[in-house]
Design a protein around this ligand. Structure first.
Ligand SMILES: Cc1cc2nc3c(=O)[nH]c(=O)nc-3n(C[C@H](O)[C@H](O)[C@H](O)COP(=O)(O)OP(=O)(O)OC[C@H]3O[C@@H](n4cnc5c(N)ncnc54)[C@H](O)[C@@H]3O)c2cc1C
Length: 328
């Protein structure tokens, strides 16, 4: 029986592992097979993670996270979790080929996935002009003409934010009106650096080493044209990775796992959640790492309460034992 099973190897999972391991809880971290390391494995330079004044490449940062977690005794397993039973006092976690794990607590840190356009060149040019995060990458596009795809609030927010850096921001939308709230629309319409490209969808991204343009198709007459740009921000939504816990953990209206206040506590005792999977707004490496810390501290606190409750139970103090677990 493990004290702590951590699912996910992004900044949230590894930070939870560092704290849990240093607390002597000997965590096991199920890292995923092909996607180990999380979202930062798909990017190049990270300039906003504190402690790296010259920046660091995403995969190098995640290698350091792993090294630090392993240094204190975390067991990292490169396998995917396929099924979970989180309801009882003992949690069961099934994996693709490493067998089943039983744990007293589970920290769920599976992140979230930005929706993609589904174009062949999107992955090839990811981190080379194609981005899903204006806060992360806007700084790299100083003085450039760039494009944002999408018509919702987040697309308007990204486009408006990007005008701080870019000389011009095209907002490409497949219809002739936006889904975004009126206040966000008004702000974007009033911004002289933003130009709307209506009734258009991106059907191609061009560029060898870096993005140099888009192929746009008119959604009314089907005609195609080329738009020269130096960067593309895809803002068409984000899906928290929660499918494994549907029916067990409560979700928010935004689709993230519901946690109690600023804690990582879910609706099930002994189950904690951290990182982008609980965060509909900030979704940054440093906020995910902070959230991983919270989850490890909550798990540690819960395990101590569980140990104390077991002692009380042995002494026949059942009601006190139950109250202790309920408050953990
Ligand atoms: C292209 C790009 C660039 C970015 N640049 C920056 C930046 O410059 N600065 C910044 O602060 N943030 C940046 N971000 C955002 C940042 O990557 C995320 O906020 C952060 O990675 C979230 O951490 P997380 O641990 O919650 O989730 P993730 O990093 O998404 O990690 C989730 C982990 O869970 C694993 N997992 C999922 N399902 C399973 C399963 N069934 N079994 C086992 N494991 C599973 C995944 O494989 C992954 O390892 C960027 C994001 C993207 C997409």
């Amino acid at each position: 029986m493990r004290n702590v099973i951590i699912i996910g190897s992004g900044p949230a999972g590894y930070t939870a592992a560092i704290y849990a391991a240093r607390a002597g809880l000997e965590p096991v971290l199920l890292a995923s097979s092909v996607e180990a390391g999380g979202e930062l494995m798909n990017t190049t330079e990270i300039e906003n993670f504190p402690g790296f004044p010259d920046g660091i490449m995403g995969p190098d940062l995640m290698a350091k996270f792993q090294e630090q977690a392993e240094r204190f005794g975390t067991e990292v397993i490169l396998d995917d979790v396929t099924e979970l039973d989180l309801r009882g006092e003992t949690k069961t976690v099934k994996t693709g080929y490493s067998g089943d794990f039983e744990g007293r607590t589970v920290i769920f840190a599976t992140g979230s996935a930005y929706r993609k356009l589904g174009l062949g060149d999107e992955d090839r040019l990811s981190g080379r002009g194609v981005s899903w995060c204006a806060t992360c990458d806007g700084f790299f596009f100083k003085g450039k003409e760039i494009a944002v795809v999408g018509g919702g609030d987040s697309a308007m927010e990204e486009a408006t934010f990007l005008t701080r850096f870019a000389s011009k921001v095209y907002v490409i939308h497949r219809r002739d009106s936006l889904k975004a709230s009126k206040i966000m629309q008004d702000r974007a319409f009033a911004n002289e650096k933003i130009e709307f490209v209506w009734n258009s969808e991106v059907v191609g991204i061009t560029g060898e080493g870096a993005v140099d343009g888009l192929t746009l198709r008119d959604t009314i007459d089907g005609s195609e044209r080329h738009l020269a740009i130096g960067g593309l921000f895809v803002a068409i939504g984000n899906d928290p990775r929660t499918h494994l816990v549907h029916g067990q953990l409560d979700l928010t209206d935004e689709g993230t796992i519901a946690v109690e206040g600023r804690s990582s506590r879910t609706n099930l005792p002994g189950v904690f959640a951290a990182g982008d999977v609980i965060d509909p707004h900030y979704r940054q490496a440093i906020t995910a790492a902070g959230s991983g810390t919270v989850a490890a501290l909550d798990a540690e606190h819960y395990l101590s309460a569980l140990d104390d409750a077991e002692k009380l139970d042995e002494e026949g103090e059942t009601a006190e034992a139950e109250a202790l677990i309920a408050s953990a």
